[in-house]
Design a protein around this ligand. Sequence first.
Ligand code: BG6
Length: 463
Amino acid sequence: MTNAASDALVFFGATGDLAYKQIFPALQGLVRDEGFNLPIVGVAKAGWNLEQLKARAKDSLEKHGGIDQAAFEKLLNLLCYVDGDYNDANTFTQLRQQLGKAQRPLHYLAIPPSLFGTVAANLAKGGCAANARVVVEKPFGRDLASAQELSRILHEFFPEENIFRIDHYLGKEPVQNILYTRFANPNFEPLFNRDHVRSIQITMAEGFGVEDRGKFYDEVGAMRDVVQNHMLQVLASLTMDPPTGEDHDAVRDRKAELLKAVRPLAPDTVVRGQYEGYRSVPGVKPGSSVETFVAVRLYVDSWRWAGVPIYIRAGKMLPVTCTEATVEFKRPPQETFGEHVPLNSAHMRIRISPDVAIAVGVRVKIPGERRVGRDVELEMHRQAADDMPPYERLLGDAMRGNSELFSRQDLVEAQWRIVDPILGNVTPFYSYLPGTWGPEEAGQLIGNDGPWADPVVEKATKC
Ligand code: BG6
């Protein structure tokens, strides 16, 4: 495979949820912003025709981001559709016909992982796999063993450099900003280590429930849905060493080193929760023990981070929708001014959503004769509305063969290795009320390293 750009885009699962919520908006964005002008083929088994797919695209865009009339019309002209069973060779014969002269298609597998093997084998038999790229979604596998098996199946037909594993957090502007801020400002970097950092917290709070995704979610749970992937990627961005070189693997190599040094979770470092009412969500099994909240304590066994506790919590039905990391620095070694400087006074806060912020917590003197202070934050803050949506950025990158913002098999496996020991029902789960910060056991987990830094979200940006 050369580094040449892909010359057609195929998406399997064209009538499904991911296409509806993410792929159509990303395609319209690519047509509008990057002059995308290549065949786009949707594939599904729905008994639909092209007109029905076009109507679905319209509906998708109306609900997710809005229609840009000129770009939308161009998109419709590029769109083709193949309706057929993924087990049927004829589906792939039709696909090959729709691809016309294209020789380097990109195949987006927006389908359950159990179908990856069938689709990959039939792509190969149908003459659609040579020089092709393939895009797959997280979570990649259900545990370490299944991730390795999935990888083995895909590698039968596609070399590693042509496999693009999407973790959409990597395509988010504010997530890239973490690395940028750390390594473009030499004043911060010397502080990011065990000498200065007391603890790190990452919170991914969602103020809504599982909604119409009960069946999917009940197979997955918070640990597999967002911690194994999104949250560990944020952790790696906060704690990895500076990348050297500029190739696509420069950042991923440093992340892989970091993730391989994270100590696998033990049961006493995990608290799972389930919000009251989850079991009545359609698609959820009646006695489900799947977690909708999880809090963990992690350690990175490296010289830089030895002994620094890192807390991650993620949950549905929490009081706000917000993802934020806080790096808490140590207290002054002596109380120079005879006042007790609060534990979390010196910190750096990085907000990823819904708005974007980088804030530095400092203590300043209150004017007057006494030498006492108060905590303030110096904050860079902006709205995220104009950022390029992650799926548009990632699909464009995959078409160009730029793999930097995609996960890699060794990273995926390192991430599974961290969570593998506590998957399933190894630890108990506790109920929590919707609208609270999860079960109170999460407070016990953080103990004296706490309290948890609960993100405060302005009403205007609250989802
Ligand atoms: C997805 C999870 O990967 O990320 C969802 O499956 C979660 O459960 C979503 O809600 C959050 O993404 P974002 O971009 O809205 O923060």
